[in-house]
Design a protein. Structure first.
Length: 378
């Protein structure tokens, strides 16, 4: 059987990993500044994470959500404490798209409305509602097309006010990434996030903060949206939550009441996933990884700002983006194939850095060193 060919692949096979280093099948060592697409939060193969999963595996890996799974409550308690959203409720699922799908659906259950506001260059996942709120026609099949989603220009306050004035009581939710990831590390402004909160309150819509890529501590705040000092009604999470073990979820504000069977899942919140997610939060706390993300992120930004060809440097903590001039369009692939550094991209010419929050200063310097060498030999 052939694999269904959905991605252009790098001709590299990674077999082993530790911290921010991965090794291919020839034993070549690579620096991982991409974190497997922002997924590796506490570092590859963290010993505490491995031990927690192994210990759980020796007890029970899975049973259905028809029984009490105490690990889910432990995870909810820990998440409440680390995120500061203690009074929120947790619903667990398996991926970022699923988290957003449930968030959008729950908002519609809650206020009985259909319209969703999303923004240009947004990426919210590939399931049906999530993809219809994603601003890339290539990802939507005809069956995903609907007239519920209104796309507005990102950070355009006047357009947002206009839209609420026009559709007011039809708007169910506004979904926004605190920092757009796939869209190229574009930050939502503080005033824009506050305006979303204000208009949602005024019109009875729900504010959904997509924290799948920009959340879970990566920017130094648990949710990057927190920078605005206002709460969302629903936060979606995935990627860093399990450090590679598939798990996602939504945090739901206390004013949203649950109803049996509105949301559900077979695999979400299984024993193994909860064990992995608990290990992540424990390590984040013990090793002060959100503080580390700020410190190493600032250091990277400072070092990058001194490099001539680095344009439009932006981001916070360990979610950093910069643009390359046309003359250096091959730099990313040369970094990977000649200098052995994984980075992320955003079309057309943005480099995205999404390393583990445990990235050390030495590893950050190693990246800068390899980047400079790649530029010098361009
Ligand atoms: C902001 C954002 N939301 C949602 C998703 C979808 O997550 P998943 O691929 O786990 O479904 C992504 C994935 O890149 C993302 O960046």
């Amino acid at each position: 059987m052939k694999l269904f060919d959905v991605y252009p692949l790098n001709n590299i096979c990674i077999e082993k990993a530790k911290g921010s280093i991965v090794w291919d099948n020839y034993g070549n060592e690579y620096l991982d500044m991409y974190g497997g697409h922002a997924v590796i939060s506490i570092g590859h193969a963290h010993p505490k994470w491995k031990a927690r999963i192994e210990e759980q595996l020796n007890k029970i890996a899975f049973y259905s959500n028809s029984i009490i799974i105490p690990l889910q409550q432990q995870l909810a308690d820990k998440l409440g404490q680390v995120s500061g959203k203690n009074d929120y409720q947790l619903f667990l699922c398996n991926s970022g798209a699923e988290a957003n799908e449930n968030a959008l659906k729950l908002a519609s259950f809650h206020n009985g409305r259909k319209k969703i506001i999303a923004f240009t260059k947004a990426f919210h996942g590939r399931t049906s509602l999530a993809v219809s709120a994603t601003d890339n026609k290539n990802y939507s099949a005809p069956v995903n097309e609907n007239d519920h989603v209104i796309f507005l220009p990102f950070n355009d306050e006047a357009a947002l006010i206009d839209c609420f004035e026009k559709y007011g009581n039809e708007i169910s939710s506004v979904i926004i990434e605190g920092i757009q990831g796939v869209g190229g590390i574009r930050e939502a402004s503080i005033t824009f996030l506050r305006l979303i909160r204000k208009l949602c309150d005024q019109y009875g819509a729900l504010y959904i903060a997509d924290g799948v890529q920009c959340g879970y501590g990566r920017t130094g705040l648990f949710f990057s949206h927190d920078v605005a000092g206002v709460n969302a009604d629903i936060y979606s999470m995935a990627k860093g939550m399990g450090n590679g073990f598939p798990i996602g979820g939504i945090l739901i504000a206390p004013h949203i009441q649950p109803k049996h069977f509105q949301l559900g899942t077979t695999f979400g919140g299984n024993h193994l996933a909860c064990a992995a997610a608990l290990a992540v939060l424990e390590v984040m706390e013990e090793e002060r990884l959100m503080q580390n993300a700020i410190m190493v992120g600032n250091h990277l930004i400072q070092s990058l700002s001194k490099i001539d060809i680095v344009q439009n440097l932006r981001g916070r903590g360990l979610m950093i983006g910069f643009d390359l001039p046309e003359s250096h369009s091959k730099l990313r692939s040369r970094l990977l194939n000649e200098y052995r550094v994984f980075t992320g991209e955003a079309k057309p010419n943005t480099v995205r850095l999404l390393p583990s929050m445990a990235l050390t200063m030495e590893a950050a310097d190693l990246f800068i060193d390899r980047l400079k060498k790649a530029i010098a030999t361009n």
